[in-house]
Design a protein around this ligand. Sequence first.
Ligand SMILES: NC(=O)c1ccc[n+]([C@@H]2O[C@H](COP(=O)([O-])OP(=O)(O)OC[C@H]3O[C@@H](n4cnc5c(N)ncnc54)[C@H](OP(=O)(O)O)[C@@H]3O)[C@@H](O)[C@H]2O)c1
Length: 270
Amino acid sequence: MENMKGLRVLITGGSSGLGAEIARQLSREGCRVAISGRRREKLAKTASEVRQAGGECLELLGDVTNLAQVKSQYAQLKTRWGGLDWAILNAGVSDSRSAREFSAENYRWTFDTNVGGVVNWIEAVIPDMLAQESGAIAAVSSLAGYRGLPQSGAYCASKAALTTLLESTRIDLAGTGVDVVTICPGFVKSEMTDRNEKSQMPFLLETADGAKRMIDGIKARRRVVHFPLPLSLTVIYFLHNLPDFFYEWFAARFIKRKKKPYVDESKAQN
Ligand SMILES: NC(=O)c1ccc[n+]([C@@H]2O[C@H](COP(=O)([O-])OP(=O)(O)OC[C@H]3O[C@@H](n4cnc5c(N)ncnc54)[C@H](OP(=O)(O)O)[C@@H]3O)[C@@H](O)[C@H]2O)c1
């Protein structure tokens, strides 16, 4: 069993939702947490909650899509703690669009964040983790990566790409002491899902519950962490294995993806 006291943990996307809750829960277990995000005020709010509860929190303001910023954030963290034990690469975006309003820019932005943000951080942390022969890289993908959902092409494709790249990375790093954990949640309350209609999110979990399942999966070093069970079984064993023509018929009629548009608050805050 890993000793959580003093464990050095980075959480990207720590300014809201799952990332902020993971930071609060891990700090209660005695971990030192570093949180990254673009919204200064939200990042400061999470950090102050962690400190008020007696924890240690390092705020790393910046954008995961910018490799120079990511490397400079990692340098700050290394100066403070000497290195890192867990990298929880959680930052992500979703702005659902129908292919009838196809936007290459929307795809680029989604991939830059959901895939590019993870690979930037992996490049930053991996040399030191390999040198110390220990560490966990846990990245947050999604059950949405298993099939193309209506009006979610960019998001689903980005999460499918992420799941696949993590699988390859895990195989390459086997035996080095660095573990790779892929996290595939269903629906969890957060700013992202606040923009969805509730009726479209079966088995919606509370944020604290989702964050705990993610932490437990990393502690257990599960290769792939799926939750909640009923939605995971439906997606992985039913929808994923349906013949294409039947899946597309089913998805067009029964999967609704109405969502309020994403508003980038970071531009107004900084
Ligand atoms: N909630 C769900 O049902 C669900 C299900 C499956 C997977 N997920 C995944 O879980 C992760 C966390 O999402 P959430 O549900 O907690 O939503 P959220 O509350 O919207 O959190 C997203 C986080 O990502 C950060 N972020 C976005 N773009 C960024 C960028 N360019 N640079 C740095 N940080 C950035 C945001 O911070 P700033 O805006 O401050 O930068 C925010 O802290 C995402 O990867 C999401 O795809 C969520």
